[in-house]
Design a protein around this ligand. Sequence first.
Ligand code: AHR
Length: 307
Amino acid sequence: GIVPAFGQVPPLKKKDHYKVGFAQTESNNPWRLAQTASMKDEAAKRGDQLVYTDAAGSAAKQVADVNSMIAQGVDFIFLAPREEKPLATAVLNARRAGIPVLAIDRDLDQAIAKRGQDYLAFIGSNFIQEGQRVGDWTIAKTGGKGKIIELEGTIGSSPANDRKKGFDDTIKAKAPDMVILASQSGDFARDKGRQVAETLLQAHPDATIVYAHNDEMALGAIAAIEAAGKVPGKDILVVSIDGEKDALQAIVDGKLGCSCECNPRFGPAAFDILYKYAAGETIPPSIINPDHFYDASNAAAALPTAY
Ligand code: AHR
């Protein structure tokens, strides 16, 4: 690639087909598998060569994966950054090598790498708004009363930071009778979510609500609630984010209250951005996906197309 002037995203030559990298975070849940499938399908459809890496939940490995893509001379990198800071540094390496990067689904620390300058853009959900929407739904459902356990996502990731902010600020501002008893990371994983929920439920037997930053941890929490001899959906209201198939089923079964959608199917939009950029179109630095919202009123209808 061509190394650009300071503060400019590297240019991309117009070609029919590209060699592109996709640096995935991990593959331990349906959301990630759906995202990877969408990227691979789209690359195949367009006849682009995809260099795919899976960081297996390690930011250090993902930095190494990006560096290896740079060494292999890819034209463009799609990056789903595990954590905001370490991967922002990797993006600077790509920029210095003249390779444009598009951050998909999670964003990077703007103090280290800037959208529209160091990397092309971010495309994904508004995580703050997701947290706010779950907060508003929970307040409406409970009449603004309840004691909350919060299961946070991966420490240092943009969805964990923003989903916490959106939810916590909403509760503080709108529900003076609600309290967040404890908040701890379950790393966006079902098993870790179950373990953390088990510990926190034991420490706080008066909890009436679990807010999980994703469905996998919510499903783990439901298992922990049942193991503790309580009834999810009756004794304890569980609310979360993503809209994956198992979660929609849990809503239908009355075990999960709601799930704000976070769409993992990035392939078509991500590759569109690459081709538009190469064609000289201006790419907005931040492209926000609209999210649906699921509860008992619409979860069953969404099940057939869920992942
Ligand atoms: O970055 C998006 C989040 O990452 C999804 O909500 C979660 O399930 C995934 O691990």
